[in-house]
Each structure stands twice: as structure tokens, then as C-alpha cells.
Design a protein. Structure first.
Length: 173
């Protein structure tokens, strides 16, 4: 049996395909770990009151509750030559650009402007980028893999993502 027929039949997944598929999940896991440092960054480096950062995070989650439904609606109605879910993989770039900008807030701004900066970047990451990546994930998974591949992928993906997160979390500090 040829290699292509084996992959199409759902019998074999392949370690390369597994790593490629997990690159997005590993990336979003690393973002979640970095976001855990947001409060410390905002209070210690930017000098913003912790209450303001808490309000920013809650307000961003309220925006996220609206964008979740919108993203699902948009992904469900997408019809492109690249497929239904693949075009939304570009949001990984927006996620990392906004994450970098979130942790690059100019220290010379007023406290209110720092709050606006953090709110916009945090919302762009969580309520836009992360939302579209998650909304398209299941659609992309079902269309990219067949049968047993999906079971193997979801089983092995958790282990690989956890290992990558642990390595990042140990090495980052």
C-alpha cells in the first residue's frame, strides 16, 4: 500500500503531521502561560493599579462572549478555495503580534492610556484571535483527518502540548 493511501485510510497519522497539527495548540498554550504574567507586568513594570487590570480582564471577557457567537457564525458560513477553516489559521500571527504589543506598552503613557493599550491588545488576543482559532478548530480537524486519525491526534496532542508547556514554563523564568 502506498504512503498516500495509508494516510487517507486513517490507519497511520505520522509524527510529522502530529507535530504540525500541534504547533497551533502549543502556541496558544504558551500564550496562556505568558498571559499569567500580565498582572505582574502591568503592576510592577507599568505601575497600573491592580483593580484597573482586573476590570480590563473582565471587560475583555464580556467582549469575548459576543465575539464567540460571531466567530462561530462567520466560520460556519465561510466558503473559500482554501476550505472552511484553514483561512482562520492566520489569526495565530495576529495573536502573537498583539501579545508582543501587549507586553510592549510604552511606560511613558498616562495610566488611563496604558489601560486602553492593554485592553485593546488583550481583547484582540482573547476576543478576536483566540476566538477565531478555537471556532475553526473542530471544523478544520474533521476536514483534515479521517476516522482513527482524529482519535489518535486528540490523544497524542494532549501529551505533546503538555510537554511543550512544561518545557516553556520551566525555561521561561
Amino acid at each position: 500500500m502506498s504512503k498516500n493511501k495509508t494516510i487517507e485510510s486513517g490507519e497511520k497519522l505520522g509524527f510529522g503531521n502530529l507535530l504540525l497539527w500541534n504547533s497551533r495548540m502549543i502556541s496558544t498554550s504558551i500564550y496562556v502561560l505568558l498571559a499569567g504574567f500580565l498582572m505582574a507586568y502591568c503592576t510592577d513594570t507599568l505601575g497600573v493599579t491592580p483593580a484597573y487590570i482586573s476590570i480590563i480582564m473582565v471587560a475583555s471577557k464580556l467582549v469575548d462572549s459576543v465575539t464567540d457567537a460571531c466567530a462561530g457564525f462567520i466560520v460556519d458560513r465561510t466558503k473559500t478555495k482554501w476550505g472552511k477553516a484553514r483561512p482562520y489559521e492566520v489569526f495565530i500571527i495576529l495573536m502573537w503580534v498583539c501579545t508582543w504589543l501587549m507586553f510592549s506598552c510604552p511606560t511613558g503613557l498616562s495610566e488611563i492610556m496604558k489601560c486602553v493599550w492593554i485592553f485593546v491588545m488583550y481583547t484582540m488576543v482573547n476576543a478576536v484571535s483566540y476566538t477565531f482559532l478555537n471556532a475553526s478548530n473542530t471544523v478544520y480537524l474533521v476536514r483534515a483527518f479521517k476516522g482513527n486519525q482524529i482519535v489518535k491526534l486528540t490523544s497524542y496532542s494532549s501529551v505533546i502540548t503538555m510537554l511543550a508547556s512544561v518545557i516553556f514554563n520551566v525555561g521561561f523564568p
